[in-house]
Design a protein around this ligand. Structure first.
Ligand SMILES: Nc1nc2c(c(=O)[nH]1)N[C@H]1C(S)=C(S)[C@@H](COP(=O)(O)OP(=O)(O)OC[C@H]3O[C@@H](n4cnc5c(=O)[nH]c(N)nc54)[C@H](O)[C@@H]3O)O[C@H]1N2
Ligand SMILES: Nc1nc2c(c(=O)[nH]1)N[C@H]1C(S)=C(S)[C@@H](COP(=O)(O)OP(=O)(O)OC[C@H]3O[C@@H](n4cnc5c(=O)[nH]c(N)nc54)[C@H](O)[C@@H]3O)O[C@H]1N2
Ligand SMILES: [Mo]
Length: 761
C-alpha cells in the first residue's frame, strides 16, 4: 500500500491543549467512524470512580475527577479501541501476510479491530479463521512438547492486574521466568536504579504532592503528548507560582504553555497558562553533566552560607541521618570543572546556576523524568543523579517532594507488582510455592534484549505475546525479524493487527481479545478489572462498551484456557473459578501480596483508588546500606560512546499522533511537522556544516563498531531547534538503527535516545 506523504514544516504557535486538541479529537472520532454520542458517553466514564481506566497513559486519576477526565490522546486511544472498523476473516482471505508486511503500521491498525481467532496457514501465507477450542488445544499441545526454558511469555503493559497475575503464574507453573515486558524498553532502569539508591523500585510522589510542591524539575518527559492529564496538575502548580524548570533538548510545546480544553473560559478567551519558567535545551545524553552543574552550585552556595553564617543550603540533618555516600559524591561533583560541565551538557554555567538557585530556595521539590533519562547507556546514572539532587536538600519522604518517574503503559507498573518479571528475586516465590504447591523456577529468565538474542541464536523456540508489537518496538528489529519465522510457535493476543503478527512461526495463532473499555461477561456476570498507575495507586476499571465482536474473549479467559490446555491439573490452582469470577483472582493476589493488596476487592472502589505502601516515602530505606544512597557517575555524558566528526546522537521520538507503535496519523502538530514521519530533525548549523539542505533525502546509518550494517533510508532533512550534534527521528521507524548491544548498563534497556549514527546521501 503506497501512501504518498510530503512533509510540510511550519512553526506551531498555539499552546498545547486548546482548540487544536479538540479538532484533533473530532478528526479521529470521524476517522474511526464511531457513533459520536455513545463514544462521548464512554469518554465521560474515563478515569472516574466506577468508570474505566484510560487505556493510554499511566497518569493517576484524581479523587475528585473533572467532568471530562480525559485528554486529547486518551480520547484518541479510546476511539481507536471503540472504532467501528473491523479486520475480519474475509479481509485475511484477500491478503497474504507477505503483502500485508508492506502496509504501514498506520494502515494495518487503521483497518480496525480483530474479530475472530485466526490460525496462520503457511501454504497460502494467509490467516484463516479457526475456533477457540482448536487454537487452545493446538497451542497447548505445542507448549507441552517444547522445553519451557525455550519459550517466552511477553507482556505489553496494558493487561490488567488480574490477567497479568495469572499470566506470570502460568509461566512459572509451566517452568520458566522468561517474562520480558515493555518496561524492559521503558522504565526498567527506574526499577533497578531506584531500588539501588532509595530501596524502592517505583516513584515516591502521589498526586497530592503536586498540590503541595513549591518547585518542579522536569527531565526528559513530554507531558503534553504522553501524559496530557498531567498538564492539569502542572497548570495548577504554575498558577500557584510554582517554578517549573525543564531540561529537554527540544522545546516541547506541552511543557511551555497550555490552554485547558476543558475550561470554557480559557477556550473562549484564548487564555493560556505558561508552564515552564525556565527551559534548558540540554544536549541529548547531557543530563548527568547538567545535574552535576546544579549540585556543584548547591555545594558552592552551601560553602558561602557556612562562611557568611546564613542558613545552610544542604539539609545536613537529613544527609547525616538518612544518607550514605554523600562525601564521595560531593568530592566527585567538586572535581568536575565548569568548562567540562558546559561542554557536556551544552548549557551555560549561568543557566545552570540560575536553575540551582531556584532549587535552593524551594522547600519541597519534585523531580519528574521519563524516557529522556532512562533510554541512554548511562540511564541508571541519570536517575541516580536526579535522586542525589533531591537528597541534597532532603526532598524525599516529605509532602510536596519526591521523585516521579512517569510510567508508560497504563498498567506497566502494575504488571511488575503482580509478578511479570524475568528476575525471580522480585517475586515472592516461596509464597507462590506454598500457595500453589509447586516448585517455582529459580533461575533468571529472559528480558527483552535477552529474548532477541535467543531468537538470533536459536535458543528461543516459541513466543507468546500478551499485547504489544514486539518486532516493531525492539532495537535491531530487522535482524530479529529475519529469524522470527524459524520459531516453532508464535501466539499473539491482540486487539488490532500489527507488523509483529505478520512474521510467523511454523505454528502461529492470532487471538483477538476484548479491550479494557468493553464489557467483560464471564459466566453471564459482568466483571471488573484493576490497574496500578505511575504513583502506585490501584483502582477498579469497569468496561461497559459493546464488544467489537461476539467472538472475542477477555484476556483473562484466554490466559486461563491456554494454561489449562498446557498444564497438568492442580487442585490448588482453580483456573475456572478465577475465570468465572475475577474477584477470586484479586483474593489470590491479596494472598500472595498481603501488605500491598490489603482488602483489595473493597479498597479498589475508593474514589481515586488506594496506594500501595512505599517505604522511601516513609523515609525507610531498604537499600544495601540501610540508607538513601548517593551514587556518583562514571562519566558526565550518558551516551556510552565518544563524539567523532560526522557522528550524531540520534534520539528516537514519539509524535503527538501515535501511541508507541500505533501510528494514528502523520502530523506531529506541536512540533509543526505535517504529512510524514520520514524525517530527520537537525540543527540548521549542522545541516550547513554537513553540506546538506532542507528537504534533502538522506539515509541514516548506524555508527556502531560491530560489523553489522544498519540503515534507514528515505528521510527528509528538517531544520529544527535541537542542540548541535544531536538529531531526532521517529520511533519505531528508526529502530533498525539501534544495535541490540546498545543498552543501559544494568537493566539492559535499549538506549533509544542516543544512538550513534552517520548521515549519508
Ligand atoms: N500519546 C501517547 N502517550 C504515551 C505514549 C505514546 O507513544 N503516545 N507512550 C507511553 C509510553 S509506553 C511511555 S514509556 C511514555 C513515554 O513518554 P516520555 O517519557 O515522555 O517519552 P518520549 O516522548 O519518548 O521522550 C520524552 C522526552 O525526552 C526528551 N529527550 C530525549 N533525549 C533526552 C535527553 O538526553 N535528556 C533529556 N532531558 N531529555 C531528552 C525528548 O525530547 C522528549 O521530549 O508515554 C506513554 N504515553
Ligand atoms: N526507538 C525506540 N524504541 C522504543 C521506544 C522509544 O522511545 N524509541 N519506546 C519503548 C517503550 S517505552 C515501549 S513501552 C515499547 C512499546 O512496546 P509494545 O508495548 O510492545 O508496543 P505497543 O505499540 O504499545 O503495542 C501496540 C499493540 O498492542 C495491541 N493492543 C492494544 N491494546 C491492547 C489490549 O488491550 N490488549 C491486548 N492484548 N493487546 C492490545 C495492539 O494489537 C497494538 O497493535 O516500545 C519501546 N521501543
Ligand atoms: Mo513505555
Amino acid at each position: 500500500m503506497s501512501e504518498d506523504r510530503k512533509p510540510t514544516v511550519e512553526a506551531y504557535t498555539a499552546p498545547a491543549g486548546g482548540w487544536g486538541s479538540v479538532k484533533s479529537v473530532v478528526e479521529i472520532l470521524r476517522r474511526e467512524q464511531v457513533a459520536i454520542p455513545s463514544t462521548v458517553k464512554e469518554l465521560w466514564r474515563q478515569n472516574k470512580p466506577r468508570g474505566f481506566t484510560c487505556v493510554s497513559c499511566a497518569w493517576p486519576q484524581p479523587e475528585k475527577p473533572l467532568t471530562f477526565e480525559f485528554c486529547e490522546n486518551g480520547a484518541k486511544a479510546s476511539a481507536w479501541e471503540l472504532t467501528r472498523l473491523r479486520t475480519t476473516p474475509e479481509f485475511f482471505s484477500q491478503h497474504t501476510c507477505t503483502e500485508l508486511r508492506n502496509w504501514s503500521d498506520h494502515a494495518l491498525e487503521q483497518n480496525g479491530r480483530l474479530t475472530h481467532p485466526l490460525r496462520y496457514d503457511r501454504a497460502s501465507d494467509k490467516y484463516v479463521a479457526c475456533d477457540w477450542r482448536e487454537a487452545f488445544d493446538a497451542i497447548g499441545a505445542e507448549l507441552k512438547k517444547l522445553d519451557p526454558k525455550s519459550v517466552v511469555f511477553y507482556a505489553s503493559g496494558r493487561a490488567s492486574l488480574e490477567t497479568s497475575y495469572l499470566y506470570a503464574l502460568f509461566a512459572r507453573l509451566y517452568g520458566h521466568n522468561n517474562l520480558p515486558d515493555s518496561s524492559n524498553m521503558c522504565h526498567e532502569a527506574t526499577g533497578v536504579a531506584l531500588r539501588q539508591c532509595l530501596g524502592t523500585p517505583v516513584g515516591t510522589v502521589v498526586l497530592d504532592d503536586f498540590a503541595k510542591t513549591d518547585c518542579i524539575f522536569f527531565f526528559g518527559q513530554n507531558a503534553g503528548v504522553n501524559s496530557p492529564r498531567m498538564l492539569h496538575d502542572l497548570q495548577n502548580a504554575a498558577r500557584r507560582g510554582v517554578p517549573i524548570i525543564v531540561f529537554n533538548p527540544v522545546r516541547e510545546r506541552g511543557l511551555e504553555r497550555f490552554t485547558n480544553p476543558q475550561s470554557p473560559l480559557e477556550m473562549l478567551s484564548g487564555g493560556e497558562t505558561k508552564l515552564a519558567t525556565q527551559y534548558h535545551q540540554v544536549k541529548t545524553g547531557g543530563d548527568i553533566a547538567a545535574i552535576t552543574g546544579l549540585c556543584k552550585t548547591l555545594l558552592e552556595l552551601d560553602d558561602a552560607a557556612l562562611q557568611n553564617g546564613t542558613p545552610r543550603v544542604l539539609d545536613t540533618a537529613f544527609i547525616t541521618q538518612h544518607c550514605h555516600g554523600f562525601e564521595a559524591f560531593a568530592d566527585f561533583v567538586r572535581a568536575q570543572t565548569w568548562e567540562v560541565i558546559e561542554t557536556d551538557s551544552g548549557l551555560t554555567r549561568a543557566a545552570l546556576k540560575g536553575a540551582a538557585r531556584v532549587y535552593a530556595q524551594a522547600d519541597a521539590v519534585i523531580g519528574v523524568y521519563g524516557m529522556g533519562l532512562t533510554q541512554h547507556v548511562l540511564g541508571e546514572y541519570n536517575i541516580y543523579m536526579v535522586a542525589s539532587l533531591l537528597l541534597m536538600r532532603g526532598n524525599l519522604g516529605k509532602p510536596g517532594a519526591g521523585i516521579c518517574p512517569v510510567r508508560g503503559h497504563s498498567n506497566v507498573q502494575g504488571q511488575r507488582t503482580v509478578g511479570i518479571a524475568d528476575d525471580p528475586a522480585l517475586v515472592p516465590l516461596d509464597r507462590l510455592a506454598e500457595q500453589y504447591g509447586f516448585a517455582p523456577p529459580r533461575e533468571r529468565g529472559l528480558h527483552t534484549v535477552g529474548t532477541c538474542h535467543g531468537v538470533l541464536d536459536g535458543s528461543v523456540r516459541a513466543f507468546i505475546g500478551l499485547g504489544g508489537n514486539f518486532l516493531r518496538a525492539i532495537p535491531d528489529q530487522e535482524r530479529v525479524a529475519a529469524q522470527w519465522n524459524k520459531l516453532r510457535l508464535t501466539v499473539q493476543i491482540a486487539t488490532k493487527l500489527n507488523r509483529t503478527h505478520l512474521v510467523n512461526g511454523e505454528v502461529a495463532y492470532l487471538l483477538p481479545c476484548l479491550g479494557r473499555i468493553e464489557r467483560v461477561l464471564e459466566n453471564g456476570k459482568p466483571q471488573v478489572l484493576s490497574t496500578e498507575d505511575s504513583t502506585s495507586c490501584i483502582h477498579a476499571s469497569v468496561g461497559k462498551a459493546e464488544p467489537a465482536s461476539a467472538d472475542l474473549l477477555s484476556e483473562t479467559r484466554i490466559v486461563v484456557e491456554l494454561a489449562k490446555a498446557t498444564l497438568a491439573p492442580n487442585p490448588k490452582v482453580p483456573w475456572d473459578t478465577w475465570a468465572n469470577d475475577y474477584a477470586t483472582i484479586r483474593d489470590a493476589i491479596e494472598a500472595t501480596y498481603p501488605e500491598q493488596f490489603r482488602d483489595f476487592n473493597k479498597r479498589m472502589w475508593q474514589p481515586g483508588g488506594f496506594h500501595r505502601p512505599n517505604s522511601a516515602r516513609e523515609r525507610i530505606w531498604k537499600t544495601a546500606s540501610g540508607k538513601a544512597q548517593f551514587i556518583a557517575p562514571p562519566a558526565l555524558v550518558a551516551t556510552g560512546f565518544t563524539d567523532a566528526p560526522g557522528r550524531y546522537r540520534l534520539m528516537t521520538m514519539r509524535s503527538n499522533d501515535q501511541f508507541n507503535t500505533t501510528v494514528y496519523g502523520y502530523d506531529d502538530r506541536f512540533r509543526g511537522i505535517r504529512g510524514t514521519r520520514d524525517v530527520v530533525l537537525m540543527n540548521a548549523a549542522d545541516i550547513a556544516q554537513a553540506g546538506l539542505h532542507e528537504g534533502q533525502m538522506v539515509t541514516l546509518v548506524s555508527d556502531a563498531d560491530d560489523g553489522v550494517a544498519r540503515e534507514v533510508a528515505g528521510l527528509s532533512v528538517v531544520a529544527f531547534d535541537i542542540p548541535r550534534g544531536c538529531i531526532g527521528g521517529y520511533y519505531p521507524e528508526c529502530n533498525p538503527l539501534i544495535p541490540l548491544s546498545h543498552h543501559t548498563l544494568f537493566s539492559k534497556l535499549p538506549a533509544a535516545k542516543s544512538v550513534p549514527v552517520r548521515i549519508v546521501v
